[in-house]
Design a protein around this ligand. Structure first.
Ligand code: SF4
Length: 242
């Protein structure tokens, strides 16, 4: 049977910020959200001459020389789950190759994926790092152009399957950074995904589109407050602030 092709925006052979340890990170092209504060807007369109097409075997070949020095691989984006058949085939190939079988396989996702996608990926991944852009529907619509219902559904499914490695909250001043919102968001995550680490990420303007450049970057003190409000329910030991 023919293997699906992957459409790549970028590859980072050694990354310390895309999951646990040292990881080979693949940024897949195309996204199903339209985030105001996207740092990589060039990864959003599915059709672009800037993307690189690869086979599963070619991408395994790229990992193999680095494999002795890696903890694992991570697929990110864009939105990695839009290319779920390719991701599944690549994860299978990595698991079957003796040189790469030791690597953990993580997915970085915005959560806009249905059951069919998770049916395919959950048996093949050790964990999913899930973005929750906003708990409130109106704020999520404003920040991403889409409802957060699929994201909240994914959060529940991943938590139940014990595959939710981390919840990531991107905090945008003036949009989703109020004390009340963050306390409530922390309480929601703690109730639905107890024991799951939460990364609180303060907005940074690098790479964003013109419409978001006037949004201020939170100060270190404001970031600390964000983390403390979320930690009230989640637990300080499970919250990282960056
Ligand atoms: S989900 Fe990520 S890649 Fe997609 S638009 Fe939002 S920030 Fe950009």
């Amino acid at each position: 049977m023919s293997q699906p092709l992957g459409l790549l925006a970028d590859v980072v052979p050694f990354s310390w910020v895309d999951g646990p340890g040292n990881r080979f990170a693949v940024f897949l092209q195309g996204c199903n959200l339209d985030c105001l504060v996207c740092h990589n807007p060039h990864t959003m369109p599915l059709q672009t001459p800037l993307a690189r097409s690869v086979t599963v075997a070619e991408l395994v070949d790229e990992v193999r020389p680095q494999a002795p020095y890696l903890s694992g691989v991570t697929v990110s984006g864009g939105e990695a789950t839009l290319q779920a058949p390719f991701v599944a085939a690549w994860f299978d190939a990595l698991r079957e190759d003796p040189a790469t079988a030791h690597l953990t396989r993580f997915v970085d996702s915005n959560g806009c994926a249905d059951d069919e996608v998770w049916d395919l990926l959950l048996p093949r991944t050790e964990g999913v790092m899930l973005d929750l852009k906003a708990l409130d529907l109106g704020t999520h619509l404003e920040l991403t152009g889409s409802s957060n219902f699929p994201v909240l559904r994914s959060l529940d499914r991943l938590a139940l399957a014990h595959k939710l490695a981390e919840v990531r909250l991107l905090i945008v001043p003036g949009r989703n950074d109020s004390e009340e919102t963050l306390r409530r968001t922390g309480a929601y995550v703690a109730a639905r995904a107890p024991g799951v680490p939460v990364r609180v990420i303060g907005f940074r303007p690098h790479g964003v589109r013109a419409a978001a450049r006037s949004i201020p970057e939170p100060t270190p003190e404001e970031r600390a407050h964000y983390g403390a409000w979320v930690a009230e329910s989640v637990g300080a030991d499970l919250v990282t602030v960056v």
